[in-house]
Design a protein around this ligand. Sequence first.
Ligand code: HEM
Length: 253
Amino acid sequence: MSLTSGEWAPNVSRVVNDLADRPAVRRRRSGARQFWDSTIGKKSVMAVSGALLLAFVFAHMVGNLKTFLGADDLNHYAHWLRTIGEPVLHYSWFLWIQRVGLLIALVLHVTAAVQLVKRDRAARPVRYVHRRPVRATFAVRTMRWGGATLAVFVVWHILDFTVGKVNQDFVPGDPYHNLVADFQVWWVNVIYLVALAMLGLHIHHGFASAARTLGVASVRRERAIKLVGSSMAVAVAGGYALVPVAIMTGLVR
Ligand code: HEM
């Protein structure tokens, strides 16, 4: 019997993985390397980096709600973010430390996700002989496509409010003005609302996956975990959406 090239690739990668898991080979790899190479290690890295990103996303959403208190409050808050840690840290240093931390968490999260998808595909050379349940497939697809959409959104968002390149009337140091100018444009609102829907779904599915990986989930706790995950998703996505919706409808101007 001869194998086609499509059948070779998964077989070769399985042999390489099997060899790598032999005790003699494993002993030569460091503990951190072994952890990263294992599926549970990558899933744990995804869960922890995801929790850090969620903490930032939640704090950022709460901060954005200052928009409803007016220009002075929001702009004062944006200025305060740059003075955290003074006089030990210089102006803006905290922001840069946060940026580096977020970037590391994001790179680890995306790298582990891409490698897990590749591993999953290699372990399933014949695709969908037995179809998976529709709900599971939907969750997997929204995590993958939603995650990619969010990565593109974050780049757009930084060009919009931090760099100001895609904002129609960017004024450095005046985030209130930049928000009001930006959300006058209908398609900008569409971009944000679609991204926020993706973020909500990502948090909803991601929360349950992370709970399973970290060993918190059990049959008894399943409903509670789903409830916490979906409440978090609605609170974060809904909290963010309030700002563009309020500007779009003229409630905030
Ligand atoms: C309607 C939703 C959102 C609004 C109105 C908003 C608003 C803003 C504003 C005004 C800034 C600039 C802050 C400043 O210069 O001090 C900013 C920065 C940022 N936002 Fe958002 N944001 C939203 C959603 C998001 C989401 C969903 C994410 C992540 C998934 C995100 C991640 C970031 C990041 C990473 C920065 C850059 C912070 C930095 O300069 O270091 N934002 N956002």
